[in-house]
Design a protein around this ligand. Structure first.
Ligand SMILES: [Zn+2]
Length: 371
């Protein structure tokens, strides 16, 4: 149940509208989510048990990418041809950006770890969510909630998480463009609800801008061709300098707290997952936030971080050291061969555990950390 002023104005006579205004207030302060609360009740904004679950091999996982064109525009910031790893800030600034990837692969409907979002709202912590285009359509309501919330911004995390190092040009183009179109469609759905108050800036450029401006490569893997394809479409590629390692089921909360808190410095970009693969993120995040706040760090969105300093750009995409995401090449190649179907094997990522590099922060060998 929502209490939208516009909506009421359309459906109810003036008396009912005045009643609604008297009861709910014309423009009073809202609960968590700011103006988002105009469009959703608290219950609808909050985590629902089961939403975090990943649904494998369901028919609904197959979604046709939206058709259309995007207009190229200059990339944000001065990233050049490369990916931003962190941002060099003026002395004294302790801004950092935490990010959550919402990856969704062809064969699945990924989850939504709403409890993480609830925590960020409770703690008034800003964050950036890199969402798959297919994820935005399979979680349209959640995507609208995130784009409506002044704490959050959305980035493009490809259409269905193909490895852009090894995909043909036409697939690569779709992986980058389709999420831009999916975002537009979801944003148009939000606008059509008319649940934001006149004069609100939910759909203004700084809140839910017309176009997504940031891109994150699936698996954190790129090459010159894919970097170029992203830049040509006016997107800034955003990597990270601190990995929570949370898609690895053995990355337990105490290890994650240690790795993130020790790794963060002013201007850092941290990667987590909120798509059902942040296995222990919910246990770790409260302590991570508390410890980083105690150290004086200020949480901002990636766009705000970029605007606050000079991006540190690398022409190579990697997790901890150059080359370490090349091991995901086989994932992309195998996916292409199988036409996007999930393999019937216990090792869906086809990775040799002994070939996997150790996490530099923990020394542990990750079997698969599918970013
Ligand atoms: Zn991902």
């Amino acid at each position: 149940m929502t209490q939208p002023v516009d909506f009421a104005a359309r459906r109810y006579p003036v008396g009912a509208l005045l009643f609604a205004l008297a009861v709910f207030g014309p423009a009073g302060a809202n609960a968590a989510g700011g103006e988002a609360a105009q469009c959703w009740s608290d219950a609808a904004l909050h985590h629902r048990a089961g939403d975090e679950r990943i649904q494998h091999n369901v028919a609904a996982a197959v979604i046709a990418p939206p058709k259309g064109q995007i207009t190229p525009r200059p990339a944000a910031g001065d990233a050049g041809l490369g990916a931003v790893r962190r941002v060099e800030l003026p002395p004294g600034s302790k801004k950092i950006a935490i990010t959550f990837d919402l990856c969704e692969q062809p064969h699945e409907i990924a989850g939504y770890q709403g409890a993480l979002v609830d925590l960020l709202r409770e703690q008034n912590v800003k964050a950036t969510f890199f969402a798959g285009g297919k994820w935005m359509l399979s979680h349209s309501e959640r995507a609208q909630q995130l784009m409506s919330d002044p704490l959050f911004e959305l980035g493009n995390h490809s259409w269905e998480h193909r490895n852009l190092r090894v995909t043909p040009a036409d697939v690569m183009a779709n992986e980058i463009t389709a999420p831009q179109l999916a975002y537009r469609a979801v944003r148009a759905d939000l606008a059509a609800k008319r649940c934001t108050r006149p004069g609100d800036d939910v759909l203004a450029d700084k809140r839910a801008p017309k176009e997504i401006k940031l891109f994150r490569f699936p698996y954190g893997a790129c090459n010159p061709a894919s970097l170029n394809a992203v830049a040509e479409r006016g997107l800034t590629a955003i990597q990270w300098d601190v990995s929570a390692g949370d898609p690895w089921p053995k990355m337990m909360a105490p290890m994650m707290v240690k790795a993130v808190v020790a790794g963060v410095r002013p201007g850092s970009i941290v990667i987590f997952h909120a798509n059902g693969r942040g296995w222990h993120t919910q246990e770790a995040l409260p302590e991570i936030i508390a410890k980083l706040k105690a150290k004086g760090f200020e949480f901002v969105t990636v766009s705000e971080l970029l605007a606050a300093g000079k991006p540190v750009v690398d022409a190579r995409c990697y997790n901890a050291k150059p080359g370490d995401t090349d091991r995901y090449d086989m994932v992309g190649l195998n996916l292409g061969k199988r036409g996007g179907k999930r393999p019937a094997t216990a090792d869906p990522f086809g990775l040799d555990p002994d070939a996997a590099p150790a996490n530099p922060q923990t020394g542990w060998k990750a079997r698969a950390e599918p970013y």
